[in-house]
Design a protein around this ligand. Structure first.
Ligand code: THU
Length: 136
């Protein structure tokens, strides 16, 4: 975050791009990095980690959310995923749900079409409050 409290999107993209260089993606050959800004100003990062049992691969966003909790918790307020060339990538559907738990609908996700609140990318999301409201 800048001193004025604005989100430094260029720095976030740079951190995601750098994180992507650490990906373990020998099966897809599609390295991904993710970087997020927390509500107390920390940067958390992750990279995708694949597995010989293909379906067990972990997206970069999974590592980033693990880093969020490992480094003190809190909420994500902004994030971006990118390849090692610095191209922004759209989080997959499963990761949108993961991001919703960690940042909610107001989490800003940088995309090729600009920074968008997660509620636009995951419409009518199912979340923790639904468990309380709908439990039988
Ligand atoms: N991948 C991510 O890490 N994040 C996404 O949101 C999209 C996909 C990874 C999963 C897999 O290791 C590779 O990219 C190809 O799908």
């Amino acid at each position: 975050m800048t001193t004025s409290g604005e989100i430094d999107w260029a720095d976030l993209l740079q951190q995601a791009t750098e994180a992507a260089t650490h990906a373990y993606a020998p099966y897809s050959d599609f390295p991904v990095g993710a970087a997020g800004l927390t509500d107390d100003g920390r940067i958390v990062i992750g990279c995708n980690v694949e597995n010989a049992s293909y379906g067990l691969g972990l997206c970069a966003e999974c590592g980033m959310v693990s880093h969020l909790h490992q480094s003190g918790g809190g909420r994500l307020v902004a994030m971006v995923a990118a390849n090692p060339e610095g191209d922004k990538l759209a989080p997959c559907g499963r990761c949108r749900q993961l991001l919703h738990e960690a940042g909610g609908g107001s989490l800003l996700v940088d995309t090729e079409s600009g920074a968008r609140p997660l509620r636009e990318l995951l419409v009518d999301a199912f979340g923790p409050e639904d468990l309380d409201a709908r439990k039988v």
